[in-house]
Design a protein around this ligand. Sequence first.
Ligand SMILES: O=P(O)(O)OC[C@H]1O[C@H](OP(=O)(O)OP(=O)(O)O)[C@H](O)[C@@H]1O
Ligand SMILES: Nc1ncnc2[nH]cnc12
Length: 177
Amino acid sequence: MSDFAAHAERIRAVPDWPEPGVTFRDITPLLADAAGLAATIDALTEVASGWGPIDTVVGIEARGFVLAPPVALRLGAGFVPVRKAGKLPAPTESRTYDLEYGSATVEVHRDAIAPGDRVLIMDDVLATGGTIAAARDLVTSLGGVVVGELVLLELPALGGRERLASDTPLAALVTYG
Ligand SMILES: O=P(O)(O)OC[C@H]1O[C@H](OP(=O)(O)OP(=O)(O)O)[C@H](O)[C@@H]1O
Ligand SMILES: Nc1ncnc2[nH]cnc12
């Protein structure tokens, strides 16, 4: 975790994107740097390692897809995608929710998570918490047990942590604002 802090300054703030008033936190410069990428995956894995056995890491499209599979590999867990609507071919569960900008519907394959599976939910950003709340709802509706929620960065001003409040651990490597 301490090594990650030295790399976090590569996360770029883009004002007024994708719409006026939003400061977009762009993680692409962090991930483009070899040492930054390694430190990010190391730090995320270190946090999740403290949460007990994990069968499945759920990553949320699109930016969660970048972070979840390498962490799943390190944990010896499988990877399950939560995708935007209309992309998964087999029967799905779906949820619709609001974002800081706009709204979205996400889906998961019904057979991707078995009752009792211990599931880690991962994404890049926690803002309003709507995306992780939807993913949590999808996992629990299939009988999965959410063992933790893990993001690279949190925007506390948008209230996601309060919205998601539960006994489940919620961790971010860095917070802004
Ligand atoms: O806490 P919330 O308010 O739900 O916001 C966080 C979500 O917003 C972004 O997703 P976006 O739909 O912009 O998609 P992308 O990953 O496809 O770029 C981000 O990647 C998170 O998934
Ligand atoms: N401000 C922001 N920057 C990057 N990703 C986001 N997802 C939701 N809000 C965001």
